[in-house]
Design a protein around this ligand. Structure first.
Ligand code: GLY
Length: 386
């Protein structure tokens, strides 16, 4: 089928449906910052200021940038001012997180790139630039020079996490690349590259799969061990983590031109493609048992977006292989895992936060973001956020 498909037209048709749905979803949730939907299909709201800082459902929850990011994608496409206005409601709420400080982790990239930085890139708004630079300074301050890594989280209950770095941070460091480009100060980029180099060395396995969490000695920088994190077990291959690696190494390549990042992205891409089923449905972990067959549509969308970025940066003869794989994933999501109807505020279904989470096959706002972004990458005409 993909031999004859016109990807640009196909992506355009799916994006028409996304726009139609998000027209009413965005009005309904104008003042919220959603993460997931409840039993009635309505989005929740993580922007409750009465929550304590650092609580999973509070304002500093790590996914709180994606609702704004989705609105900025629509704004770019439609030029309708209402999407910019809704995105700014998120941005202004998120700016209050700086007061809480301790609830902010390495995820300031996920929070402020799709909101403040995207706003600044698209509109030149000065106060958004300031928010973005503030967040970049916090992220740079998490760098551990002994191990050459960015610390993931602040203290976790019952864990000494001073030496923990996680694969997800490969997207957050895009905030540092942006800050260097913006200020002409190379320190942010130098930190981002040191972190990416450490990840190449300490996370990526010989077969191209990656670990989720690596623990270093915070004093000496010695690599101590890896942890299974959100995947099936220690040594497994959490699919969204493979996606963060592929997508993130491409982001590092785009910002630096360093060939090793492109080659690493390729290795991770080939690991993912070798494990893709003909149906294109993505499990929570490529090494999970057959049953229960938990899926993660969000990981699928992230991998597809990374493959499309890769396709755009390799010689012509290699491009089709990556685009076909991305199409297989996106087409499977579109045909079998999307809800374009009025019964649910979210579009992408069957997402899982972690293999051992209490809840599976839920909706997650960042799945909608990465699905839409991948489609815009396939169709063309997008200013990148990461
Ligand atoms: N960054 C955490 C996750 O992907 O769930």
């Amino acid at each position: 089928m993909s031999d004859t498909i016109n990807y640009t037209d196909w992506a355009g048709e799916v994006l028409d449906k996304i726009r139609t749905k998000l027209e009413w979803v965005s009005e309904k949730n104008r003042h919220r910052i959603p993460y997931t939907t409840d039993e009635s299909g309505s989005y929740d709201d993580r922007s409750d200021l009465t929550r304590r800082w650092g609580e999973a459902d509070g304002l500093d929850w790590w996914t709180n940038g994606f609702w704004g990011g989705l609105m900025w994608l629509l704004y770019q496409d439609t030029k309708e001012e209402k999407y910019a206005q809704i995105a700014r409601i998120s941005e202004e709420k998120l700016s209050c997180c700086f007061d809480g400080f301790y609830g902010l982790h390495h995820d300031v990239g996920f929070m402020f790139l799709p909101t403040a930085v995207y706003d600044y890139r698209l509109t030149g708004r000065e106060q958004s630039r300031r928010l973005g630079l503030h967040a970049a300074n916090l992220l740079a301050g998490r760098f551990n020079p002994a191990g050459g890594f960015i610390r993931a989280w602040n203290d976790l209950p019952g864990e000494d996490s001073r030496g923990w770095a996680i694969i997800d941070c490969m997207l957050n460091i895009a905030l540092l690349y942006w800050a260097s480009e913006e200020t002409k100060d190379p320190r942010f980029r130098q930190i981002a590259m040191r972190h990416a180099d450490t990840v190449m060395e300490a996370f990526v396995r010989p077969d191209g799969s990656v670990c989720h969490i690596v623990e270093f000695d915070p004093e000496t920088g010695e690599r101590l061990k890896s942890h299974g994190g959100q995947g099936f077990c220690h040594g497994s291959a959490w699919t969204r983590g493979q996606g963060w690696a592929l997508y993130g190494f491409m982001t590092s390549y785009r910002h630096t031109g360093r060939e090793e990042y492109l080659q690493t992205a390729k290795r991770v891409a080939h690991y993912c493609m070798a494990n893709l089923t003909p149906e294109g449905i993505i499990p929570v972990d490529f090494r999970q048992p057959k049953e229960p067959a938990w899926e993660d549509s969000c990981g699928a969308a992230v991998i597809a977006g990374g493959l499309l970025d890769l396709a755009a940066h390799v010689p012509e003869a290699e491009q089709d292989m990556y685009r076909r794989a991305a199409f297989r994933i996106l087409d499977a999501l579109y045909r079998t895992r999307c809800d374009f109807g009025p019964g649910c505020d979210a579009i992408v279904q069957n997402c899982s936060a972690a293999y051992h989470a209490d809840r599976h096959h839920m909706t997650m706002v960042y799945a909608d973001y990465f699905f839409a972004e991948a489609l815009y990458r396939l169709r063309g005409g997008l200013t990148d956020c990461f």
